[in-house]
Design a protein around this ligand. Structure first.
Ligand SMILES: Nc1ncnc2c1ncn2[C@@H]1O[C@H](COP(=O)(O)OP(=O)(O)OP(=O)(O)O)[C@@H](O)[C@H]1O
Ligand SMILES: [Mg+2]
Length: 311
């Protein structure tokens, strides 16, 4: 049995008669970097707020690190670092002083090490140079970094991050991604939401895809990708002869796209062997390769909506 850092069962949140989160079963393995992917309004933040005990579930159950939420939330929270939409900082105080204040108010924190921990958290998120600046003069990206620093004030077993790269420039996005990777390497489970598939693909081992409050796919990213059939792409000027060869090799129906013949094949299809057969029959090959449909195609199919892709 895989140990789970987060487990929800039929978790539901209704606002009036709208179900913002609609019966979701999340299974987040310990040690994973788990992407929580979904378009705007699909219920990511609402879910995260329930996980952290910030909002009450209408129905369903939650376990964080094996403990019941909200019943045991006080015992669990010291082990969980969180970044949720719009963290509240005092604008008239510097970034450093905000963190010092938060740590001072944390009765689980060791006050003897406060300053060292604040400095190290500021360093990790690249805010050391702006630490003395007042927060009202911070850019959105700098506030986001301060939110991350806040999540990192203490050693954690689990990090729950709601769109941590929101408002960051490409450089900042890369830095946050690297930071998350290095935290994961230390063995911390990271649950991170995003509406950007490309980001989740680059960062995560697992994903749950949300659409209108429901999970429409969940699991290892690799497994989800492998569920999609592999395609053989063959470009030739002798399409008819080539299709005869494909049939004689036991392949199914083909589609034609310009000069390309496109056929579904097994994942372990031997493309070199097919190339040799085609050559032996004097069929000229302009292009021959295998292609996996991108995860984006799969998710568009599942959610019926496009995900923004950053390039
Ligand atoms: N306090 C609230 N009262 C009423 N409706 C709400 C409330 N909070 C969220 N909702 C609704 O619940 C749905 C899910 O919102 P949520 O913020 O969880 O989405 P999200 O996936 O985090 O979106 P985004 O990518 O824009 O951050 C939306 O339709 C939203 O309008
Ligand atoms: Mg949100």
């Amino acid at each position: 049995m895989v140990e789970l850092a987060i487990k929800t069962s039929q978790l539901t949140k209704r606002f009036g008669d709208q179900a913002a989160v609609d019966g979701i079963d999340l299974s987040v393995p310990k040690g994973s970097v788990f992407g929580f992917l979904g378009p705007n309004g699909s219920g990511k933040t609402t879910t995260i707020r329930m996980l952290l005990g910030l909002a009450e579930a209408t129905e369903g159950t939650i376990e964080l690190l094996g403990e019941e939420v909200p019943k045991r939330i006080e015992q669990i929270l010291p082990k969980v670092g969180a970044l949720v939409e719009g963290p509240a900082f005092y604008p008239f105080m510097s970034g450093r002083n905000n963190l010092l204040r938060i740590d001072a108010a944390d009765r689980f924190a060791d006050q003897k090490t406060t300053e060292a921990r604040v400095e190290s958290a500021l360093n990790r998120v690249g805010l050391a140079n702006a630490a003395k600046k007042k927060v009202h003069a911070y850019s959105l990206g700098m506030k986001q970094r301060l939110g991350l620093a806040n999540a990192l004030l203490k050693p954690r077993e689990l990090l729950i991050l709601d769109e941590p790269t929101n408002g960051l420039d490409p450089q900042g996005t890369r830095e946050v991604r690297n930071l998350i990777r290095s935290l994961a390497d230390e063995g911390i489970t990271v649950f991170v939401s995003s509406h950007l598939l490309s980001e989740i693909e680059m960062l995560c081992s697992h994903v749950a895809v949300m659409s209108a409050g429901k999970i429409v796919a969940q699991g290892k990213i690799e497994d989800l990708r492998n569920e999609e059939p592999t395609r053989l792409i063959l470009a030739t000027d002798e399409a008819d002869a080539a299709i005869d060869v494909l049939k004689s090799e036991g392949l199914g129906k083909s589609r034609i796209r310009g000069l390309q013949i496109i056929t579904e094949v097994e994942n372990d299809f031997d493309v070199a062997k097919l190339a040799a057969v085609l050559v032996s029959k004097n069929i000229p090959i302009r292009e021959i390769r295998l292609e996996k449909p991108s995860l984006e195609e799969k998710f568009v199919k599942l959610t019926g909506e496009g995900f923004e892709v950053v390039r």
